[in-house]
Design a protein around this ligand. Structure first.
Ligand code: GAL
Length: 633
């Protein structure tokens, strides 16, 4: 893998790189003349890069796309938006980076609403060879014009009169994407407990109701590590005061927090950044905020350290009270659900324009909270991210709820350095709840978001036993998933990714409904109301996760289980499930062998503080205690 930086014209002062962590890789700077296939010009509207690519190039990435997978022939606009309506690039976390199946990807370092058009057309040549005669039939009329084996990718950047791009080359898509993640500072590393069960309580709940959820969760023996509170914990929530509602729902919040922490729950609080006039930080934040309000609240200019410091005074107090995570909501904006977001003409004190800030708000909000946490481990949530976000331990979510779109987001997330949780909320019945929970178990964050539900959905649908079993399966996979995250952190290798990342063939290039979960598991979810689906496996031998039966090629899989297959030669570390993970938890690991594992090994990551990590390689002969965290049985 190699990364080349190329500068065209005069780049803008503010770009995603201005705020991102140090790259964790080497970057070679080359002059534009060396990139023969790329041309650049400045226009009235900004600037344009034209890239000559071979005609059969497939494109992936552009962020958390929920409406499309392989994006050739498409126009993708990188503009943050909460309500994806069509496959036009706008989404919760659009990223100006794509990867191709031809051994390269390009990251464009801009926060503008840049547009990538992978045209079906070539450029009109001087000798008019591409000008067609009058079409005589429909096929001719709509037939895409054949060029001489090459087509253009146009990258249009508004306003800017120059830009830095990073061309990343590598053998597989996985190598190129890993390069992008290292350029972003390396992948996020969650604490072990962050990978356990996560339940968000109903927004209108009071102290007793939250405590009752916690109590029932333990009584039902449903694994749960994190409890989240939704808007009702604050005196004001649209916009936010960041102050406990002591006179109303949470008179004894300190006692509540202590009792939940004692019962081994980590606590996560919902908020967004629009700051209500009654908030204690309102006055000090005013000079560092935009000139237009959202929900009558200030919009802090998080590009400024002063704003980050003034804003996070309340969060720091909450962290001192024992809060270990936050859900950073509403930082995406929507073009379709009313004008609640700040407009592009908003003026910010740092001078950043409204459109640039629109695309950067999510990631800068995460940065603000990470600074407030002062190194304390977290695995939190955010509803918008953008370029160079890989290192942030914040997972994306959405109000949209279509299962197929959730699966697309899972599959696509691994192309763009972002993490996604296909959270479960309500369900029509037990079958739907279980199908959705299966997808949650095989995702980076095992999240139930019951923010509008009075009961736990498994109480409503009478399936406590089935949900317990599924979350126990999740807990048995935590050491395996944690080790996958370690590789994300160190090598940039996404823990969840599309098959085409590792296997590039005709089938994987369009396979948008199966994915790799870590290096060894292939997951092919069945979506409610189906009870079966076609599964296709990439080259080589695979084994059914549940039965160990050998599988190859394509077949119909019918089951109430989620179809999962294990790569030949895998030594899978499976832990005896625990209800929650503490500093003292020691995982009892069984190494399950699939296929020929004579020379196989797997990695376990030891940590006592969730900050420093020691990898241990174990093989079939390993027995007994490993580090502080594991016993191999
Ligand atoms: C939405 C968010 C939901 C929930 C709700 C509370 O914006 O996506 O998950 O938190 O706000 O008002």
């Amino acid at each position: 893998m190699k990364i080349y930086k190329i500068r065209y014209g005069t780049p803008e002062k503010v770009t995603p790189f201005t705020f991102s962590p140090e790259p964790a890789c080497d970057i070679e700077t080359v002059c534009p003349e060396r990139a023969e296939r790329i041309s650049f010009k400045v226009t009235d509207a900004g600037c344009v890069l034209s890239v000559n690519v071979s005609e059969d190039t497939s494109y992936y990435g552009f962020g958390l796309q929920q409406k499309g997978f392989e994006q050739s022939g498409k126009r993708m606009q990188i503009k943050t938006n909460a309500d994806t309506r069509t496959n036009n690039g706008n989404c919760h976390a659009p990223v100006p980076f794509f990867v191709t199946d031809k051994g390269f990807g390009i990251y464009v370092d801009t926060a503008r609403y840049v547009t990538f058009t992978s045209s079906k057309e070539g450029k009109v040549k001087k000798d008019n060879t591409l000008v067609k005669e009058v079409a005589l039939c429909e096929e001719e009329l709509y037939e895409s014009k054949k060029t001489s084996g090459e087509k253009l990718l146009l990258i249009e950047i508004p306003v800017a009169k120059g830009v830095d791009i990073y061309c990343i080359t590598g053998e597989r898509i996985l190598d190129v994407v890993s390069g992008y993640n290292l350029l972003s500072g390396g992948g996020a590393m969650p604490p072990l407990w962050g990978l356990g069960g996560f339940y968000r309580c109903c927004g209108k709940f009071n102290e007793e109701q939250v405590l009752s959820i916690a109590k029932r969760m333990r009584e039902y023996e449903i694994p749960c590590d994190i409890l989240g509170l939704e808007p009702g914990w604050q005196t004001k929530s649209y916009s936010c005061s960041f102050v406990w509602d002591e006179k109303g729902r949470f008179p004894n919040h300190k006692r509540m927090a202590q009792s939940l922490i004692k019962d081994n729950f980590h606590l996560n609080l919902w908020e967004h950044c629009y700051t209500h006039p009654t908030s204690p930080v309102f006055d000090s934040l005013m000079p560092y905020s935009g000139d237009i309000l959202v929900w009558e609240g200030l919009v802090p200019d998080f590009t400024m350290k002063e704003a980050r410091d003034a804003f996070s005074v309340q969060q720091k107090a909450l962290i001192d009270e024992g809060i270990s995570g936050f859900k950073l909501d509403e930082c995406d904006g929507s073009d379709y659900t009313g004008g609640w977001f700040f407009p592009d003409c908003t003026e910010f004190p740092s001078g950043i324009s409204g459109d640039q800030y629109h695309n950067l708000l999510g990631v800068l909000y995460c940065k603000t909270l990470l600074e407030a946490l002062e190194g304390k481990p977290t695995f939190s949530q955010v509803r918008a991210l953008s370029a160079l976000s890989s290192s942030y331990p914040f997972v994306l979510y959405s109000d949209l709820y279509d299962q197929k779109e959730y699966l697309l987001a899972t599959v696509n997330s691994g192309f763009s350095g972002i993490l996604w949780s296909p959270e479960v909320r309500h369900a029509a019945n037990k079958e739907e709840l279980i199908r959705r929970m299966q997808a949650v178990v095989f995702s980076v964050m095992a999240l139930t978001n019951a923010w509008y539900l009075d009961e736990m959905p498994w109480e409503t649908h009478g399936c406590i036993g089935e949900i317990r079993q599924l979350l126990e399966l999740r807990m048995s996979l935590v050491p395996y998933l944690h080790a996958a995250f370690y590789r994300y952190h160190k090598e940039g290798r996404p823990p969840v990714r599309a098959l085409v990342s590792d296997y590039n063939d005709d089938f994987t290039r369009t396979c948008d409904d199966e994915y790799l979960f870590g290096d060894s598991l292939l997951v092919a979810p069945i979506l409610y109301p189906e009870n079966k689906r076609e599964v296709k496996l990439p080259e080589g031998k695979w084994f059914d996760f549940y039965t160990g039966e050998e599988k190859r090629g394509s077949f119909i899989y019918e089951s109430s289980n989620i179809p999962v297959f294990v790569k030949d030669g895998t030594l899978l570390p499976l832990a005896k499930p625990v209800q929650y993970i503490t500093e003292e938890t020691v995982f009892e690991i069984t190494l399950k062998a699939y296929g020929n594992t004579e020379n196989s090994s797997c990695i376990l990551i030891d940590t006592t503080d969730d900050k420093s990590f020691t990898p241990y390689t174990v093989d079939k002969s390993t027995k007994g205690r490993i580090g502080e965290r594991f016993i191999i049985v």
